[in-house]
Write a protein of this length. Structure first.
Length: 145
């Protein structure tokens, strides 16, 4: 059962890194009337994600496994598509909604694996991350109207 928890957490790390990258490119390239608000929101999101991914990777280490790393390896593991550099602000927000929803699925898988393994610490961490991503999806969807 521990192996399922580790694999699920490794997927969360990979997809979190992909989301960091996608949010960062949106931060750099957003244009238009909503530039200031989205530029700031995207920065807050990728900064929070960077801190969170460290905690998740350290949880993997705490339960005795190795955390994934390396951009090539993480890219191969990730299940989040890349957005075009010239995407519109609205397309960026829609893309980040989809990416956050993908990560929510990963978090549910990891949470359930942790619950089955009796690993309440990992389960709690996944629940906390779920709350962050649900709020992010709500906020991004609110922008879309």
């Amino acid at each position: 059962m521990k192996e399922q928890v580790v694999e699920a957490l490794r997927q969360v790390v990979a997809d979190t890194y992909a989301l960091i990258g996608q949010t960062h490119i949106c931060h750099w390239n957003v244009r238009g009337p909503s530039f200031f608000s989205l530029h700031t929101a995207f920065e807050e999101q990728y900064s929070e994600l960077f801190i969170a991914v460290d905690e998740i990777a350290e949880r993997i280490r705490a339960i005795g496994a190795l955390a994934p790393g390396g951009l090539s390896n993480l890219s191969q593991m990730a299940g989040i598509d890349e957005i075009a550099e010239d995407a519109s602000a609205s397309a960026m927000v829609q893309h980040l909604v989809a990416a956050n929803n993908k990560l929510l699925g990963d978090l549910k898988t990891a949470r359930d694996a942790a619950a089955e393994a009796g690993d309440s610490e990992t389960e709690d961490l996944m629940i906390a991350r779920t709350q962050v991503h649900e709020k992010t999806v709500w906020m991004l969807q609110s922008y879309l109207g």
